[in-house]
Design a protein around this ligand. Sequence first.
Ligand SMILES: Nc1ncnc2c1ncn2[C@@H]1O[C@H](COP(=O)(O)OP(=O)(O)OP(=O)(O)O)[C@@H](O)[C@H]1O
Length: 302
Amino acid sequence: MKVLVVYNPAAGGGREALLKQLVRALTARHADVEVYRTRAPGDATRHLQERAHQGDVVVAVGGDGTTNEVLNGLAGNVPLGIFATGTANVLARELALPKHPEQAADVIVQGVSMPVWPGDLNGRRFLMWVGVGYDAWVVQATDLTVKRRFGKLAYVLAMFSQIRRYGSQRYRFLLDGREYLAYSAVIANARHYGGSFILTRQADLTRPALQVLLFTRPDRGQLLKCLLALPFGAMERVPGVVSVSARDIQVAVPPGGLDEPLQADGDPAGVLPAAVTVAERPVLVRVPAATAARFDARRQPG
Ligand SMILES: Nc1ncnc2c1ncn2[C@@H]1O[C@H](COP(=O)(O)OP(=O)(O)OP(=O)(O)O)[C@@H](O)[C@H]1O
């Protein structure tokens, strides 16, 4: 089995020792391993797109941003493996992927290839979320030097720094043709957010649909209630939060908001307008058998 490992040495401040252990564990399982080290943002996607052959499985070693870049370069029929060495590693939590290199190698070599439906934002795929308004401002304001040194604290500082701006901009959304107005939104493909918190129980990576959380009140009090409700998985129940399932989402440029940023999978992703849909086909992701069974059980009616 040919395994191509795409390693981002910048993710999580660098995890060389873990990379070595993973490669050793894969080799011990008779995998023929090649490691590609990224040198800059965008490298992983470019490298994969330029390769004639990607092997039997491509493994993203980094955080959620690295997985996103690998996803965007991945050939249609090649399964994606994930070994999380980043800061937040939300996807790894969503899929209950092992943290230990030996167990991770087992999943990469002989795990279940589970079909996952990515979303598409303006022609680029994402796995977890797209953010508009406050959520995107936080990502834009996250200091990368602080993130490398202090990890998740960088996100927390950015969250506080952006609270004062909340309510200053209103956005127009078309969700499967129906109009909504909101002061921020998270378009979720995954349940988790910001680490181990549950943003919405309606989202399901294995279903071709997205769950849109709209924050329809302009006052900062609402934002604070939402932030406080998040650790309890109760954000959707905060008054003023509207949660809608949709497959076709359009977000217009607001008046005077020419440079309004977007975030996708926790990294900056251009500016509005946004056209968000479900990708045309699923991607196969290597997961533990227990994860595949859990997703199967959720899809059963009743
Ligand atoms: N060699 C590199 N040097 C600097 N940045 C890089 C390099 N390779 C990739 N990147 C960029 O690093 C960014 C951060 O990576 P990633 O998101 O995987 O890690 P993280 O931010 O530590 O983790 P998480 O997203 O899980 O919080 C990615 O958006 C990617 O574009």
